[in-house]
Design a protein around this ligand. Structure first.
Ligand code: P6P
Length: 332
């Protein structure tokens, strides 16, 4: 018997203490089951011939990887039979999927496989999930039920498929990390209370977009690059994984600021990342770990959604740095 507490034990104890709805325990347990299946599929991808793309594209017209489709199917199957999930929205689905015969009112929003362009080059990818409650219950479910601000989430988190598979989970009271034991197949508690260091000297941004950044971002990154000779008075390091969950897991562990800001590369888009199933769940986790999550102009979790697939600018991580970038946006 492992001396570490498992995800199921952690969830069950919380439910027995009255802190968690048993139906929500089932939903999160099934997210774990899908994550376990995806982790195994990623490890065997090259051997099973499931690398590469399929002919189809997702709701945003992006070419799907075979594993994007596999991951999406894994979540739909794992969640649909529970009865607790009334509907599912996914980056891989055009519109929300009402679950037949559901009696519960949980809504799950997913990026089933974030950063999938990294799969073929064996770099970390992840699954991101956000859980809401339907306002009208399972029976009268409409698209509008999904359009709730990030502050309405009852649970959010992500699974990062890296050298280890780790599920990061938050119910609004602290952030925990559970590492998958490949031998037992159990997610075991390895980080009981994740806290982001307020101060950091590490930033994450795709620097190839520099010529399109707006002035506040130009100013902040120039200061980081100026290091100890500049106004920040210390040297900074830069990392960019190309998978949001990879960069976010790092900053949860050792601090950092992650930025995918609005830029003029495509002025019609407020940002690249998705509000409902990337920025909101990650922002929820980051805030409950003591960090901050902003567009530069407003708190991400306060944004009233208009569309399930809408995009947003994202600046999140160590609070001191996010506050600095927000101050530069306010200064213009
Ligand atoms: P770029 C992956 O496609 C993703 O949505 C995030 O996970 C990641 O942080 C970002 O886009 C990478 O974008 O422009 O660097 O390829």
């Amino acid at each position: 018997m492992s001396e570490r507490i498992s995800l199921l034990q952690h969830l069950t104890l919380a439910a027995r203490a009255g802190h968690l709805d048993p139906a929500l325990v089932t939903v999160v347990q099934q997210i774990g089951a899908a994550s376990r299946e995806i982790s195994a599929a990623l490890t065997r991808a090259a051997l099973a011939g499931v690398l590469g793309a399929v002919e189809t594209s997702n709701a945003s017209g992006e070419t799907q990887k075979k594993l994007d489709v596999l991951a999406n199917d894994a979540f739909l199957q794992a969640l649909s039979w529970t009865g607790a999930v009334a509907g599912i929205a996914s980056e891989e689905l055009d519109g929300p999927y009402p679950v037949p015969g559901a009696t519960g009112d949980y809504l799950v929003l997913l990026d089933p496989l974030d950063g999938s362009s990294n799969i073929d080059v064996n770099i970390s990818v992840g699954s991101i999930f956000s859980i809401l409650r339907a306002r009208s219950g399972a029976a009268g479910l409409t698209d509008a039920d999904f359009l709730q601000p990030g502050t309405a989430q009852v649970c959010a988190g992500f699974t990062v498929y890296g050298p280890a598979t780790v599920m990061v989970l938050c119910f609004g009271h602290g952030v925990q990390g559970f590492t998958l034991d490949p031998v037992s197949g159990e997610f075991l508690l390895t980080q009981a209370d994740i806290r982001i260091p307020e101060r950091t000297s590490e930033y994450a941004i795709n620097a190839s977009n520099q010529r399109w950044w707006q002035p506040p971002v130009q100013r902040y990154i120039a200061e980081c690059m100026a290091g100890k000779d500049g106004p920040r008075g210390r040297d900074f390091n830069m990392r960019w994984v190309g998978s949001m969950v990879g960069d976010v897991y790092r900053l949860l562990t050792r601090g950092g600021i992650f930025m995918y800001p609005r830029d003029t590369k495509d002025a019609s888009k407020p940002g690249k990342l998705r509000l409902m199933y990337e920025a909101n769940p990650i922002g929820y986790v980051v805030e409950h770990a003591g960090g901050a999550a902003s567009t530069g102009y407003e708190r991400i979790l306060d944004i009233p959604p208009e569309k399930v697939h809408q995009r947003v600018a994202v600046i999140l991580g160590s609070k001191e740095e996010v506050d600095t970038v927000v101050a530069y946006h306010r200064a213009g």
